[in-house]
Design a protein around this ligand. Structure first.
Ligand code: SAM
Length: 267
């Protein structure tokens, strides 16, 4: 199954937007949208932590922007955000959610593939990947495209899942992949090497795995408690009815060190 099908097979953007508007007729906060637009481990808090690397007025590209939670948070801080995603239905949802905020924001959103970035050389100040590099089969190609479009001294910032010490323990489905063929995890060390080979320097890597596990365990408890207000807006509205199984597997994968979660900053 192609990667955009994985993300859009269960998604009905119009119905979901309608439900968001009914639930929050006066506009939703970033926290209220988070269950459907922060589709990564750590939710809105992890995005906040990532955004410390950016400053207002920068032109920032979020590659694999999904439903756009991180973009709206950044736009609210005065950062000029462009979102690029291969899944057209997620881009439609992202655009619609901009209008559902209590304080609407403006962002640019386009459908494209990270392996061929439709931007001029040196035209972007910073690039973000949040749980999207993990879906990309040709990491070298994606990184060389990033290097081409970043201005000299520009930053590459990643919040990604990487392969842990025990990859044989990996269970599927997970939120980013129904099956092994859709998941393209490197070890943190292999990612470091790929970044150096692509011409990046000043690498800083932080391991966020412990916080990631605590957060996912807490979410799982809430999701399994079946509180009705969480049913309307849940990641299952985007990722489908197998989300519960994906979430349980994610906890097991983190516990068994099949995967880790890291932050990477490079120049
Ligand atoms: C797990 S979701 C994360 C979405 C968002 N970054 C977030 O954290 O909420 C991964 C996203 O990467 C996008 N993606 C996967 N492969 C891509 C590619 N080759 N080019 C652009 N986007 C891609 C998917 O469509 C999906 O929206």
């Amino acid at each position: 199954m192609s990667i955009d099908k994985h993300y859009d097979q269960s998604l009905d953007p119009a119905a979901l937007l309608q439900d968001v508007q009914s639930a929050y007729p006066d506009g939703a906060s970033l926290f209220q949208l988070a269950p459907v637009d922060q589709l990564h481990i750590g939710g809105i808090k992890a995005s906040q932590r990532l955004l410390r690397h950016l400053t207002p007025k920068q032109r920032v590209l979020d590659i694999g922007s999904g439903a756009g939670g991180l973009m709206r948070q950044a736009a609210g801080l005065g950062i000029s955000m462009i979102g690029l995603d291969i899944t057209h239905a997620l881009n439609r949802l992202n655009r619609g959610l901009n209008q559902c905020l209590d304080e609407p924001v403006s962002t640019s959103i386009l459908t494209a593939d990270a392996h061929d970035l439709p931007f001029a050389a040196h035209s972007i100040d910073s690039i973000l990947f949040q749980h999207s590099f993990l879906n990309m089969p040709r990491h070298d190609r994606v990184l060389s495209e990033c290097r081409r479009i970043l201005r000299p001294g520009g930053k590459l910032i990643m919040h990604e899942v990487v392969r842990g010490e025990n990859p044989d323990n990996m269970r599927y489905p997970v939120p980013w992949a129904q099956e092994k063929t859709q998941s393209h995890l490197l070890t943190a060390e292999a990612l470091r090497q790929q970044l150096l080979e692509a011409g990046f320097s000043d690498l800083a890597i932080e391991d966020w795995s412990a916080d990631a596990l605590t957060w996912r365990q807490r979410q799982l408890k809430k999701e399994e408690s079946g509180q009705p207000e969480r049913v309307a807006l849940s990641p299952a509205r985007v990722l489908g009815s197998r989300f519960a199984e994906m979430a349980r597997n994610l906890v097991l994968n983190l516990e068994s060190d099949a995967v880790r979660v890291i932050e990477v900053v490079a120049k």
